[in-house]
Design a binder for this molecule. Sequence first.
Ligand code: HC3
Length: 177
Amino acid sequence: QMCIRDSTHPPTDNGYKKEKDDVVVEPSTNISAPLGTVFSVLFGDDTAYLKRIIEKQKNFDLSELPKFVGTSRDYSYMNPLGAAIGPKQTKCYITETIEEKDFNSHIIVRQVSKCPDVPFGNNFAVHTKIYLSWGTNNSTNMFVVTNISWSSKTLLKGTIEKGSIDGQKDSTKIMVE
Ligand code: HC3
C-alpha cells in the first residue's frame, strides 16, 4: 500500500521455487539500497561496478564486460583455485540470463559457468541463480542458489561440488560487501 506521505515499497516474495539438487549459497542478505539500485550495480549498463567486484574476488584476465543485449550476455575471467590438489587456476566462461525482471516484485538472474581447466571441466556446468526482492524500508533482499548439471558423472563429483559451493560462498560474500 502506498500513499503520498509514505513512499516505502512493501517487502516482496522472491519467486523462488525449489529445484532438485539446489544448494543454497546465500540464504538471505539484506542490502540497504532499493531493488533498482542493486540491479543497476550488478546487471546495469554501466559495468564498471561489476568489473570491480569481479576483480575484488581475485579473478583476473577479465574479458570485456558487455551490457545485456536483450536478456543475456557472456564474459570470461581466470579464477584462482586454492585447493591443495588440482590446477592453481581455471578459465571460467559465464553466461548470464535475466529470467524475470519486475521492479515492483523481484528479479531472477541465472549464471551458467563453464570452467574447462579443472578436472572433468568439460563434463559439468555450474548453474547459479541470484534472486533480488524488496526487503523492509526500501532495502533489497538477496538469495543465491546453485546446482551443477553433469553431462556425465565422474568420481570427482563430490569434490567438485564442494569446491564450487565453497568458492561461491566466498565470492558472494565479497559481492555483498
Ligand atoms: C571454479 C569453481 C566453479 C565455478 C565458480 C564460479 C565461477 C561460479 C559463478 C560465480 O558467480 C562465481 C564462481 C565462484 C567460484 C567458482 C568455483 C571455485 C571452484 C570451482 C571448481 C569447479 C572446483 C574444482 C576443485 C578441484 C579440486 C577439482 O580442482
